[in-house]
Design a protein around this ligand. Structure first.
Ligand code: PHE
Length: 339
C-alpha cells in the first residue's frame, strides 16, 4: 500500500509538471483527486488495510493528497501567470510610435461670418433674436406693405407651401414679429436662412440674411448711414469705402442699397464687381410709417430704420469662392481650404 501511495505521488507530480495548460491540469486533478481518482479509491478502501497499518497509511495518504493539492495550485498559479504574460506581450502598446495627429475641426465660413457680424451688433447694443423660417404670407409680405398682387412680389420668387404659408423669402418677416412682441425703443438683429426659387452659380434656393431693426424716437436715415459705416469698417477694415444708391423696398421709405469696396479686388475692379470696385452688401431704409402702424407702433412718436445684408455673397467674395453651392455641399476638400 505504501509503495502504491508513493507511486501515485510520483506519477501525479510528474503529470502536474507536464501539464501545459489549465485544462490539462484539471484533467490531472480529476485523475488523482477526483471522485474516481487514484488516491480517492485508496482512501475509500482503507478498511482493507490491516488495523495496525491503518493509521500510518492514512496519514501517508493525507500527506500525498496535500502534496498533490499544493503542487496543483502552484502549477495553476504559474499557468495563469504565463497566460497573462503572453496576453500582455501580444497586446503591448508601442508608446514610441509616432501619433497619427489630431485633426482640428473649424467653423464653417458662413458661421464665422455670422459670428463676426453678431459680435459687432451685440457690441452696439442689439439683441439677437430668431424666428420662423416657415411663415404666413402676412408676416413675409402683407405686414411689410406688400399686399397681394403687388408687383414687388415678383422681386422674390417665393416657395409656397399652401396659398397662405411659405418659406420666408427674407428675414424681414422678423421685423413684424419683433414689432408685435417688443415695446420701443428696441434694437434687434436676426440671422437666418431664407428661401427663394432661384438657382445659378451666385444664387441658391437657400441662403442667409440678417435683419437689423432699430425703433426709437427721432431716428432716421442719418443714423442708419452712420451705423452702416461703422459696421462696414469693423467687418472689412478701416479703409473700406461705401457707396449709397437709391432703391425700392415697400417696407422702407426712403430705401437705399449700400455697396462696399469689392473684397475680391480691394476696389481695383474685377469680373465680380464688373469693374466698378464695389459690391452690394445691404438693402436698407427708414421703416415705412405704414409698417409701424400695422404692427401697432405709434408712428407719430416712433420711427425706425432697418438693414438686411445677404451674407453668402460677402462670404463668397471675401473667400474667393466662385460658386455659392460650395457653401452648402459639405465637401470636406472645400471646407479644409476654408479653415
Ligand atoms: N429684405 C430685403 C431683401 O431681401 C432687404 C432689406 C432689409 C431692405 C431691410 C430694407 C430693409 O432684399
Amino acid at each position: 500500500m505504501k509503495e502504491k501511495l508513493e507511486e501515485i505521488l510520483k506519477e501525479g507530480l510528474t503529470e502536474i509538471e507536464r501539464a501545459n495548460d489549465l485544462k490539462s491540469l484539471d484533467e490531472v486533478r480529476v485523475k488523482f483527486l477526483g471522485k474516481q481518482g487514484a488516491l480517492t479509491s485508496i482512501l475509500r478502501n482503507m478498511k482493507e488495510v490491516p488495523q495496525e497499518e491503518r493509521k500510518e497509511v492514512g496519514s501517508l495518504a493525507n500527506g500525498v493528497r496535500e502534496k498533490l493539492e499544493s503542487a496543483l495550485s502552484k502549477k495553476s498559479e504559474k499557468l495563469e501567470e504565463d497566460a497573462l504574460n503572453l496576453k500582455m506581450q501580444s497586446e503591448k502598446v508601442d508608446i514610441t510610435m509616432p501619433s497619427k495627429g489630431v485633426k482640428r475641426g473649424a467653423l464653417h465660413p458662413l458661421t464665422r461670418f455670422n459670428n463676426k457680424f453678431m459680435d459687432i451688433c451685440v457690441e452696439m447694443g442689439f439683441s439677437v433674436i430668431q424666428g420662423p423660417e416657415i411663415d404666413t404670407d402676412y408676416y413675409n409680405f402683407e405686414a411689410l406693405n406688400v399686399p397681394k398682387n403687388h408687383p414687388a412680389r415678383d422681386m422674390q420668387d417665393s416657395l409656397y407651401i399652401t396659398d397662405n404659408i411659405l418659406l420666408r423669402t427674407q428675414t424681414s418677416n422678423m421685423q413684424v414679429h419683433a414689432m408685435e412682441a417688443l415695446k420701443p425703443p428696441f434694437k434687434i438683429v436676426c440671422p437666418g436662412r431664407v428661401y427663394r426659387n432661384d438657382d445659378d452659380s451666385s444664387h441658391s434656393p437657400i441662403f442667409n440674411q440678417f435683419e437689423a431693426l432699430v425703433v426709437d424716437e427721432n431716428v432716421g436715415l442719418k443714423d442708419l448711414m452712420k451705423m452702416i459705416e461703422v459696421i462696414l469698417k469693423k467687418l472689412f477694415g478701416e479703409d473700406v469705402k461705401m457707396r449709397v444708391r437709391p432703391a425700392y423696398f415697400p417696407f422702407t421709405e426712403p430705401s437705399i442699397e449700400i455697396d462696399a469696396t469689392c473684397q475680391m479686388c480691394q476696389g481695383k475692379g474685377c469680373s465680380l464687381c464688373k469693374g466698378t470696385g464695389f459690391s452690394e452688401v445691404f438693402g436698407a431704409g427708414v421703416v415705412n410709417p405704414k409698417v409701424l402702424e400695422m404692427s401697432g407702433i405709434d408712428s407719430k412718436k416712433y420711427s425706425g430704420f432697418a438693414f438686411g445684408p445677404g451674407i453668402d455673397r460677402s462670404v463668397m467674395i471675401t473667400n474667393k469662392i466662385p460658386n455659392i453651392k460650395y457653401l452648402f455641399r459639405n465637401d470636406m476638400r472645400f471646407l479644409k481650404q476654408m479653415r
